[in-house]
Every structure is written in structure tokens, then in C-alpha cells.
Design a protein around this ligand. Sequence first.
Ligand SMILES: [Fe+2]
Ligand SMILES: [Fe+2]
Length: 163
Amino acid sequence: MTIDRFRTEFSMLPKFFKDKHKAIQTTYKIESFSFLNDPKILMMKDYPHHGDVSCYVHCERVARYSYFVSKWLKLDHQSVLNGAILHDYYLYDRYKNSPGLHGLKHSKIALFKATEDFDLNIIEKDIIRTHMFPLTPTIPKYKESLVVLCVDKVVATLEYLKG
Ligand SMILES: [Fe+2]
Ligand SMILES: [Fe+2]
């Protein structure tokens, strides 16, 4: 490869990433729309998660970033999207009506409520069940679960710092 050709291809890289980012943004909006507007999912707006941030806003953020990562890594992005939206579907006010030990218990409660209300595949269930690892001793079995677990930690930390 000549230097000139290398320069031309290198200068195309930012455009490639921008275009790919835009394309993923569009598919995210299309694929998440109906689930994010499901009345059961909208119930998460009533429950605070990190300070002023509702469960809904938190789960949407985790879903959006996890979706992007899973698209780039060519993982099962549909399961990542569904699992991430539901990962904190515990549906109670953790500051007023927590069953106690919220950090340890809520992933199990979220999984129980999510499986009652939605048909979930094995990856989506694993995402919800293991998202609090290593606080809970449930080791993720799938790459998709690892993506949501990591994105959740970053998003939660930023929400705590901002709040
Ligand atoms: Fe959680
Ligand atoms: Fe979370």
C-alpha cells in the first residue's frame, strides 16, 4: 500500500465511524420504540433508581449503550436490548418500600417480575439475573450479559456522580 493510499483510507475512517454510528442510532430507535412504550415498561418511570434518575431513564440509557456495543461486537443485540431494558424491572420504590438489601435482592426480583410479564429467552434471563455480579455471586454465562453488566456499572457510576 502506498503512503498516499494509506492517507486516503485513514482520512475516511472518521466518516466510516460516523456513518456506522448514525446507522446504529436509527436501528436502535426503530427496534426499541415499541418496547420502550409498552405500558408495563413505562411503569418504571414511577420508581426512582439513582437519586432523581428513574428506573426507566436508567434502563433506557443502559439499553442504548449496550445496544451500540453489541452491534459493534456483532452479538445478539435484540436480546441485549430486551435484557437491558428489563434488568432493573423490580417495580418498587427502593427508598420507601425496599424489601431490604436492595443491592443483593433486586436482580432476582426483577427477573421474577419480568418473566411474569414478558416471554424472555435464556440470554435475556441471564442478563437480568447476573447484572449485579460480583455483588451477587451469579456469574454471567453469555457475552451479552457481560456487555450489559459493564455498561450498567459505568452508567450507574455516572448517575451517582452527577446526582
Ligand atoms: Fe440493578
Ligand atoms: Fe442498573
